[in-house]
Write a protein that binds this ligand. Structure first.
Ligand SMILES: [Zn+2]
Length: 319
């Protein structure tokens, strides 16, 4: 059965585009394949000309496991081709997710310049939001993508310089002064020196216990190099925790080898997030390290938000 949400989106889309821009490909086959691309056209987004593909998922839709798999494949194909995928799903009320919204949020959504999720509530006057705060109608939301007032800010996959964070601390066991490695942050600009207040990092720290595989090995090597000049810096590596009965990547005391569990480190770190002064006085220091960042690490950045002067929002939003 045809759902008029497709038509609603089509009208809003057409009205959002400048006259000169024509949708050159348009195929609506919701009856057969709901996951089909409903519109495709070229637009300048985020400073680049990209093929834009729009997938519309109305409220009446009930995703089965096969549909979900198809959507994931479609997403990966389009991102691989450096196209822009815009997924618009319909909900009954803003920010209240039904089954489709939950699937998008948990599985389909990738934080990158090639994927926009628009959660739309047709009944409301202001139907959609990019940042979860400001709501607007769908056509003006679309228009902001085409005229690039809305762009993607934040970390992306690939080789890049990120910041290893080190916190001035005292060992809980031997009480000696140490410098605890806490994790990595993704800065919003590149600087030669990090002890000032002119930069922020996106959303949240990725703590050591979240870091795995090659990234963990590279960080361990980097920390070993730093320790050649400063023995107060804690070594990092895989440690066995009796509390959680398994091994994870963590810092340990430079002197007595006591393990610094994540909860302990994060609790202490909270005190330093109240003021940017902690960067200036050396309570928190940062060192550039080049990593090959994967989707998992980016998801870690978006999974929580520290919401303080140290951080800035990432994702699609107004400049
Ligand atoms: Zn100690």
């Amino acid at each position: 059965m045809k759902d008029d949400f497709y038509d609603f989106v089509a009208v809003e889309l057409q009205n959002s585009l400048p006259d000169s821009r024509r949708i050159f490909y348009k195929e609506k086959t919701p009856e057969k394949e709901f996951y089909s691309i409903s519109h495709a056209f070229v637009a300048l987004t985020d400073g680049k000309k990209k093929l834009v593909n729009i997938v519309v998922l109305p409220l009446s839709l009930d995703l089965n496991p096969e549909n979900k798999e198809q959507l994931l494949t479609l997403r990966d194909d389009l991102i691989f081709k450096d196209a822009l995928l815009i997924v618009i799903n319909e909900e009954t009320a803003e920010m209240r997710l039904g089954n489709t919204g939950v699937f998008i949020s948990e599985k389909l959504l990738i934080h990158c310049p090639n994927f926009i999720w628009i959660n739309c509530s047709r009944e409301k006057k202001s139907q959609m939001t990019f940042d979860g705060i400001h709501y607007e109608d769908l056509r003006s939301g679309f228009a902001k993508i085409w005229n690039t007032t809305v762009t993607y800010a934040g970390p992306m996959v690939g080789f890049q310089s990120v910041n290893l964070e080190i916190m001035r601390s005292t060992c809980w066991k031997c009480q000696r002064e140490i410098k605890t490695v806490t994790g990595i942050v993704f800065p919003n600009r590149q600087l030669n020196s990090w002890n000032d207040v002119t930069w922020q990092y996106y959303h949240s720290l990725v703590s050591l216990n979240q870091i795995k595989g090659n990234t963990a090995d590279l960080i361990a090597e980097f920390v070993a190099t730093l320790r050649q000049h400063d023995k107060e810096i804690t070594p990092v590596g895989y440690k066995y925790s009796n509390t959680i009965k398994s091994s994870y990547f963590a810092a340990s005391c430079s002197y007595c080898d006591a393990l610094f569990g994540n909860f302990y480190v994060m609790d202490e770190r909270m005190d330093y997030l109240h003021s940017l002064g902690s960067r200036v006085d050396g309570s928190l220091t940062y060192h550039s390290i080049t990593l090959n960042v994967d989707r998992y690490l980016i998801q870690c950045v978006f999974d929580s938000s520290e919401a303080c002067d140290h951080t800035t929002d990432a994702g699609w939003g107004s400049k």
